[in-house]
Design a binder for this molecule. Structure first.
Ligand SMILES: [Zn+2]
Length: 204
């Protein structure tokens, strides 16, 4: 297949690997190694560092065929669960919005945080975010998470109102609020964003 050209030259190439299906190869200036990820609703992505050819990245993927198949089966079962959940327990978005806003207000008051505006969205790629001017966005799907993880995301964004990066100072402050922040972050990673869209999980 032909590589797609982006503003800065070739950025993305799609190939088909038999037994796996479509695989996205993406040029990444941040990746240090060839990195394979499999995510529900998003499929297989390979981050290709600078100086590494798409061809050799593809070879690495082919060499990991059994691993890829296993991950894809896991992702497929998560997709089925997500779609089933959406059908049997659709989110009541008015109530969900109210609940998230109230929880954000509670926690920010209790711990002395100040934010600007709050947006509750059905975001496709993130659990939450905090803008440069301290507007907080929370994902409607947070309502589906265990309470401690929902609070974790809210605290995470509240700490971003003071510290805009993921420095050690950031994690230390977050630890004071939630205990083991990084452990909670790992737990959060086990939950796919429960909606059928092309996305990657991130809590930024
Ligand atoms: Zn963050």
């Amino acid at each position: 297949m032909l590589p797609q050209s982006g503003k800065h030259g070739v950025k993305l190439k799609k190939v088909r690997i038999s037994g796996v299906g479509e695989v996205k190869l993406e040029r990444s200036s941040r990746a240090r190694h060839i990195c394979l990820t499999v995510r529900p609703f998003a499929g297989v992505r390979i981050a290709v560092p600078r100086g590494v050819s798409y061809r050799s990245a593809e070879q690495v993927a082919r060499a990991k065929l059994p691993w890829l198949k296993k991950q894809l089966a896991k992702a497929a079962s998560m997709e089925r669960m997500a779609l089933e959940l959406e059908k049997t327990h659709p989110i009541d978005s008015r109530n969900a919005r109210k609940l998230l806003v109230v929880r954000l207000q509670e926690l920010s008051r209790k711990y002395g945080f100040a934010y600007n505006r709050v947006f509750i969205r059905n975001q496709k790629t993130r659990w939450g975010s905090c803008s440069a001017n301290n507007n907080i966005s929370l994902n409607l799907q947070l309502i589906r998470l265990p309470a401690e993880l929902m609070d974790y995301v809210i605290f995470h964004e509240l700490v971003h109102t003071r510290i805009k990066n993921h420095s050690q100072a950031f994690w230390e402050q977050l630890n004071q609020l939630v205990g083991e922040a990084k452990a909670l972050d790992r737990k959060l990673n086990e939950y796919p964003l429960l909606q059928p869209a092309d996305r990657a999980r991130e809590a930024d």
